[in-house]
Design a protein around this ligand. Structure first.
Ligand code: 1GP
Length: 243
């Protein structure tokens, strides 16, 4: 029997069972009854997972949102932390992100050293994740906050070499992110090239706004597509329906 979140994603990836996750940003997520209604709607949708976290929080609290969300959904809740203070042992898993597209040592190993003693003392599944920002549109919060340059969209070979290096370093998952609210999603050629080069599960997110874009990302090789901004603005899945 497979129990861990990453094992289930690995199995789905092998079987070609495509998934999508809703990302809740603790700064912008609804509260109280609205949160309850939204989580019920997410649970009744075809969403497979809920991600919680953000690259920059002004007032939101990841741990509190995880606790609130757990009361209203049985979907797996995975922390997508922008910093060690977003760690929560109430979630089902935590993506231990290394920003391998950048050269900011703090986000490659520094924050992990800070977080490791806390994580080791917690009973939470951590998933070593190669987090890659890709894109050349307007500056995203993720690129600004991380003070890193994304991989250029027109250089799939750079994305491939970066993902391969991460796999050789033992990472279990690759997350290609155009950045929250990005003008353009990750180019399909980049998804295809990375998919061909690696066999671990592949997450794709950033700037995905429609069912058509979800399907295209899946067809190109994404196993799990993440939707944040588009649903956060409307709290309604009908915005994803083709017009
Ligand atoms: C951001 O991949 C996620 O890290 C989701 O992006 O908010 O643009 O959907 P959006």
């Amino acid at each position: 029997m497979t129990n861990s979140w990453i094992e289930r994603l690995e199995v789905d990836s092998l079987l070609g069972l495509k998934r999508f996750a809703v990302l809740l940003d603790p700064d912008d997520a609804p509260k109280g009854r609205d949160l309850e209604k939204w989580l019920t709607e997410i649970s009744n949708s075809e969403a497979s997972d809920i991600l919680i976290g953000g690259s920059h929080l002004s007032h939101g609290n990841t741990s509190n949102l995880v606790i609130a969300a757990k009361k209203h959904t049985d979907l797996p809740i995975v922390v997508f932390p922008g910093s060690p203070d977003q760690i929560s042992d109430k979630a089902d898993a935590l993506l231990l992100l290394s920003l391998v597209s950048g050269r900011n040592a703090d986000l490659l190993i520094g924050r992990h050293v800070e977080a490791a003693p806390k994580l080791m003392a917690m009973n939470i599944e951590t998933v070593a994740t190669a987090y890659m920002l890709v894109g050349d549109g307007p500056l995203t919060t993720a690129a600004y906050i991380s003070q890193t340059l994304p991989i250029p969209s027109a250089k799939p070979e750079l994305a491939v070499a970066t993902a391969q290096a991460a796999i050789l370093l033992g990472m279990k998952l690759v997350y290609l992110d155009a950045g929250s609210g990005a003008g353009n999603p990750i180019p399909l050629e980049v998804i295809r090239a990375v998919r061909k080069a690696i066999s671990v599960p592949l997450i794709v997110g950033g700037g995905i706004n429609s069912n058509e874009e979800i399907e295209k990302a899946w067809e190109a090789g994404a196993d799990l597509v993440v939707l944040g901004t588009v649903l956060e603005k409307s709290l309604n899945f009908s915005v994803l329906k083709p017009s």
